[in-house]
Design a protein around this ligand. Structure first.
Ligand code: GDP
Ligand code: MG
Length: 217
């Protein structure tokens, strides 16, 4: 018999696929051969162009207001930031790339740093690549995807700021993005840091990734 809920009774919430008990800043990696935390715990890294909404997504994911700093001045974070969650896994905030209003040299700094990290991360389980729903993948996005492909790193896609479009336009834009990336629509997680849409879907995907064995032997 299905259970019935009387008016005023609260139905049980669906369980959180990734309950957050603690978040600890572990430190930053500033150079491809610089300090990085020990690689005992599984890591999942987040990548995307500057201003894509990465800090906002991370804060939503861990249900903290300001784990990652949301910025109105894109291009400011140049370090890779590591956050321990529940003492059991590590979220890695990669620097946003492609900020236009810096010198060409500065603009290209992200590449060796990110590549250095990817090569020095035996505990890495995968990457969440963020894309803005209103933008086509940039040349840097495509470089990043090529790098992930070359290094054979499992990649999830999150499409950010879906609240900026209506339902139909959002679905059309996501299908177009998925097609341009050559992935199925269902490999792409629609996300909004404003409404919280996609938090649990992303959390579930991240939780599953953490449980996979390292992809490097
Ligand atoms: N409407 C909307 N704006 C967002 C969303 N996520 C981020 N933003 C805005 O986009 C800008 C950049 O966000 P931030 O999280 O700092 O992006 P980051 O540079 O990738 O870390 C800020 O002004 C945010 O308020 C979203 O889901 N919806
Ligand atoms: Mg940020």
């Amino acid at each position: 018999m299905p259970r019935r809920y009387l008016f005023g009774m609260v139905p049980p919430a669906s369980p959180d696929p990734l309950p957050i008990k603690s978040v600890d800043f572990l430190g930053g990696m500033a150079a491809s051969d610089g300090w990085r935390p020990p690689t005992e715990l599984p890591e999942v890294a987040f990548s995307g162009r500057s201003n894509v909404g990465k800090s906002s997504l991370l804060n939503r994911l861990v249900r903290r207001k300001a784990m990652a700093r949301v910025s109105n001045t894109p291009g400011r974070t140049r370090e890779i930031n590591f956050f321990g969650v529940n003492g059991t896994f590590v979220l890695v905030d990669l620097p946003g790339y492609g900020y236009a209003r810096v010198s060409k040299e500065r603009r290209d700094e992200w590449r060796p740093l990110i590549e250095g990290f990817l090569r020095r991360s035996p505990a890495l389980r995968g990457i969440v690549q963020l894309l803005d729903i209103r933008r086509e993948p940039s040349p840097e996005d495509l470089q990043m995807l090529t790098m992930l492909g070359d290094l054979q790193i499992p990649t999830l896609f999150a499409v950010t700021k879906v609240d900026k479009l209506g339902k139909v336009a959002a679905a059309t834009a996501i299908a177009a993005l998925a097609k341009s990336l050559g992935v199925d629509d269902d490999q792409v997680i629609p996300f909004s840091a404003v409404t919280g849409e996609g938090r649990d879907a992303l959390a579930e995907a991240v939780a599953a990734l953490i449980l996979t064995p390292p992809f490097r032997r």
